[in-house]
Write a protein that binds this ligand. Structure first.
Ligand SMILES: [Zn+2]
Length: 341
């Protein structure tokens, strides 16, 4: 061990904001809130890398850490990107500027900062943080799966404390796993379609896009007098469903019941694939009233079919500190990369 164990910086790059954190060698976070700055990704890679370098400098100043004390930097971004941070050749919503297509984001930040940079996509980073937050020093003895419901359905698979990345960096794409629809959909409900081209995968139900494209159009016909029928557009109405659900609105509860069932069925597949200790649910539901999120989590649990031996050890939990989970997970992954860990 070197005489000074040093620190790790985590940088979470989002569509609008960067969020930064610092982790010490013992795994303690020096920052207990969001430290945000504009990410400027829409202006292309040169501007965005510079924005991250500024976020890096600002978090060091805030925590009183000298640059020489930083051993490694963790970066997470939305996908799709390769396991080592090359943005997909087709770009994506966040990386629409053509300079991003096939861009080595990790390598560029590494050159700019003059420090090693460890890359993960945001779903995997949040999954790793949830895992460490629950298991702490025992993280290496457990596995977990996280499903994070947002615009799409992201997440990650953790095995013995490490992110399962896969050959092409595409492991943990839980949203595009097919789940059984029988008994989940109403009898006359069409099989939902996903943006990826699949029908009946987890994201086609358990995502904001799934609400807008599939669930809301069906349920609004059954509840024609619902206020959301006058929201102006399905996109607008879809964003309001959660608030209605929190207040106990029957149609919105139907929609969230179907989403929670979908997550349970996805977790049932996970139970048979990797038999994890913990099943995490993340996304907007984490930020809702306790009654609502406990109701959602109970349905997820009810529809996760485990064997008795599995049920005795399984834990169901919400991804904690959701808006900080990306930066924190990126930092944990960077810490894990250090020799001797
Ligand atoms: Zn899909």
């Amino acid at each position: 061990m070197p005489s000074e164990p040093g620190f790790v910086v985590g940088l979470d790059n989002g569509g609008n904001k960067n969020n930064a954190t610092v982790l010490d060698a013992a795994g303690r976070f020096l920052v207990d809130c969001m430290v945000e700055s504009p990410s400027r990704v829409l202006e292309g890679p040169d501007v965005a890398v510079e924005a991250l370098a500024q976020a890096f400098a600002a978090i060091l100043e805030r925590t009183g850490i000298r640059r020489e004390q930083v051993r490694v930097v963790g970066l997470d971004t939305p996908g799709p990107a390769s396991a080592d941070g090359v943005i997909a050749s087709k770009g994506s919503t966040n990386f629409a500027h053509e300079g991003w297509h096939g861009y080595d984001f990790r390598g560029a930040l590494e050159r700019r900062l003059g420090l090693p940079v460890v890359y993960n996509n945001d779903g995997n980073a949040a999954a790793l943080y949830a895992h460490y937050a629950l298991f702490g020093a025992e993280a290496g003895k457990h596995s977990s799966v996280s499903a994070i419901v947002g615009t799409g359905l992201g997440g990650g698979v953790i095995e013995s404390g490490w992110i399962v990345k896969g050959a092409a960096g595409m492991a943990g794409e839980l949203g595009h796993v097919h789940i059984p629809m029988y008994g989940l959909l109403a009898e006359d409900q069409p099989v939902p379609e996903c943006n990826c081209g699949f029908r009946g995968d987890a994201e086609s139900v358990a995502s904001l896009t799934g609400i807008e494209k599939n669930l809301l159009p069906y349920w609004l016909v059954r509840f024609p007098d619902h206020e959301l029928a006058r929201a102006g557009s399905l996109a607008r109405a879809a964003k309001l469903v959660r608030g209605y659900g929190e207040k106990g609105d029957p149609m919105s509860r139907k929609i969230f019941e179907q989403q929670a069932m979908a997550l349970g069925r996805l977790f049932t597949i996970a139970a048979n694939f990797t038999d994890p200790t913990a099943y995490f649910v993340g996304g907007g539901v984490v930020e809702t009233a306790p009654e609502f999120r406990e109701w959602v989590l109970a349905i997820v649990r009810e529809h996760t079919l485990l064997r008795d031996e599995q049920a005795r050890v399984a834990r169901f939990a919400l991804v904690p500190d959701l808006d900080m989970a990306g930066a924190r997970g990126a930092a944990v992954a960077a810490l894990e990369s250090l020799p001797g860990r």
